[in-house]
Design a protein around this ligand. Sequence first.
Ligand SMILES: [Cu+2]
Length: 93
Amino acid sequence: MKNLLRAIVLAVVGTSDGAIAAERTVILTVQNMTCAACPYIVRESMSGVDGVEKVEVSLAEETATVTFDDAKTTVAAIADASERAGFPAAPKE
Ligand SMILES: [Cu+2]
């Protein structure tokens, strides 16, 4: 019984082992935003990516500031989601 409990504990802990989750923030330049509704669509599409925690989009600056868990997703996956919605995005230099 004790061994079973130990196995369960190891299995649960094991999922977060190895990949140490780190919250990262990236600024992406976003193309094609032409009206006040566009930032909303960009925010929704990026927010739909698993691991994305926060998205702030600026129409004036043509940027999206995205906070995400880099153990769950990547900048490329976030940019892809935006592009699929019609707004190609790339990390700002
Ligand atoms: Cu628009």
